[in-house]
Design a protein around this ligand. Sequence first.
Ligand SMILES: Cc1cc2nc3c(=O)[nH]c(=O)nc-3n(C[C@H](O)[C@H](O)[C@H](O)COP(=O)(O)OP(=O)(O)OC[C@H]3O[C@@H](n4cnc5c(N)ncnc54)[C@H](O)[C@@H]3O)c2cc1C
Length: 340
Amino acid sequence: MTAAHRITVADTDVGFDCVPGQTVLDAAEAAGWTIPYSCRRGACTSCIGTIVSGTVRDRRSGRPDGPDADALLCQAVPDGPVGIRPRRITHSGPPRRRELTARVYRVRRPAPRVVVVELRYPIGRRIPFRAGQYLEVRLPGGESRPYSLANPPRDNDMAELHVRIEPDGRFSDRTARHLRPGDLLTVEAPYGDTTVEPGTDPLLLLATGTGFAPVRSVILDQVARRAARPTTLYWGGRDESDLYLLDTVLRWARALPWLSVHPVLSRPDRTWHGTTGHVQEAAAARHPDLTGHTVYACGNPEMTREARELLTTTTGLAEERFLADAFVPVDAAPTPAPTG
Ligand SMILES: Cc1cc2nc3c(=O)[nH]c(=O)nc-3n(C[C@H](O)[C@H](O)[C@H](O)COP(=O)(O)OP(=O)(O)OC[C@H]3O[C@@H](n4cnc5c(N)ncnc54)[C@H](O)[C@@H]3O)c2cc1C
């Protein structure tokens, strides 16, 4: 058997082993360490870290990186012993993921391109998770697709998924659209390091389309905790059908004094009298000073990227207070790791 490579974390006494072929992110997780990540597909850049010594290879392109270069740690397979400097590393213990077969309980179609699927786990089975995490739906043949958990963490004997139908999409169009109560799906959860932890600092939520799913979990979690954290949601889409549960969230906003909701459309029809444009621009215009806020952005990867850039450069928002879940498609082109 080939020996494992030792990974050391610069400026700390943290070290762990990485078996040949394993990525740095997977090895860290197996050893009980969490490095920030979101898509695990080499597209969202949440897991970028610096290779300070040794070299790694991008597992898809085979391109070598390091020493002294940034790499996507979810794709980086070490060639030998490697020193890394991730954005953050915390001890969390090995992940407690569970795979199980869930039963479809209810399917709704709140808009032509959105399916809401409620799954129930087998009796007595629960999957603890935190608001902002996601599950992986297993597809025949070994592929899987991530979907954010839209239910609050308290309801951990079930999962609610909000799936946008992508034309000819393997799961969304060919499977989710045809699901019926009683159908079975194999799922594994929880995944995701981007979570919104309880706090009292003001929270700004940005969502496009089904990026509302994890936001729903965050809001309902605060309701369950009886929290009164000032929370503002900007929910954007092209037209009104993308805001598929707008009536519900506007009703929440009327009932909850700590919540305000702003719908934003980029291509509205003439009957629209609300805000037009993109959520990140609408939020920056109305909140020029986001010092001390936490921002959580979910949905279209372009929105999450532009929101990070705009809000951290123009509103005083601290980089580490910007959290994002980019809904990157499985076949998205890998993001080249910036050098330097
Ligand atoms: C962490 C994470 C959480 C996610 N959570 C959600 C969620 O809660 N709800 C949700 O709807 N999606 C979510 N996604 C996206 C989801 O995982 C799938 O990528 C998406 O549903 C398409 O899967 P599919 O099998 O239907 O299509 P595929 O068979 O993977 O793709 C079919 C074709 O559609 C294209 N395509 C796929 N997605 C898009 C897109 N968004 N825009 C343009 N073209 C696209 C692909 O490039 C491909 O050409 C999430 C992604 C990540 C990384």
